[in-house]
Design a protein around this ligand. Structure first.
Ligand code: GNR
Ligand code: NI
Length: 172
């Protein structure tokens, strides 16, 4: 059965739906595969390196990532779990759900992840650098957490006010 790709709407902070916890995927059916394909298309169109289903208002444990320069090396993570981590590293993060803001966040430097792939097979991989940051950032989304939760409440409130103002203006 053929199906056209759709560009999905990305929720923006401070939308309450970004706070929902994603449920485990029980069965990888055509609906989940379509979601994955649409998320990848949406991520590429938005020039992001990752996207969690939570951001498109689907509360299931699905993540797409592509940290390659050519944007031709997609990674699909279903029901991901971090099984090992070590080190701490600070880096500047942004988020498609917090557009226009960048702040320093601490993350584990090295992680080992177990997940299911698009075919439902379990696999494991080690991640460092941008991939490690991205996996942790996306897994936070699945738990209703945003990078702005790690910064001062003063900075977070300022970002909230600015985005709320933009969202109000967008309505007109
Ligand atoms: O595109 C993205 N870039 C990025 C840069 C530094 C740290 C994390 C990220 S993830 C972000 C896309 C996004 O919001 N995914 O949820
Ligand atoms: Ni994000």
């Amino acid at each position: 059965m053929e199906s056209l790709l759709s560009i999905l709407t990305i929720l923006e902070f401070p939308d309450d739906r970004l706070r929902k916890k994603a449920a485990e995927v029980k069965r990888i059916d055509d609906k989940i595969k379509k979601l994955i394909d649409d998320m990848l298309e949406t991520m590429y169109q938005s020039h992001g390196v990752g996207l969690a289903a939570t951001q498109v208002d689907v509360h299931q444990q699905v993540i797409v990532i592509d940290v390659s320069d050519e944007k031709n090396d997609p990674l699909f993570l279903i029901n991901p779990v971090i099984i090992e981590k070590d080190g701490i590293k600070e880096s500047e993060e942004g988020c498609l759900s917090v557009p226009g803001f960048f702040e320093k966040v601490n993350r584990a430097e090295h992680i080992k992840v177990r997940a299911l792939n698009r075919e439902g097979q379990a696999f494991e991989f080690v991640a460092t650098e941008l991939l490690a940051i991205c996996v942790q950032h996306e897994m936070d989304h699945l738990n209703g957490k945003l990078f702005v939760d790690y910064i001062s409440s003063l900075k977070r409130q300022r970002i909230k006010k600015k985005l709320e103002k933009i969202h109000k203006m967008d309505k007109n």
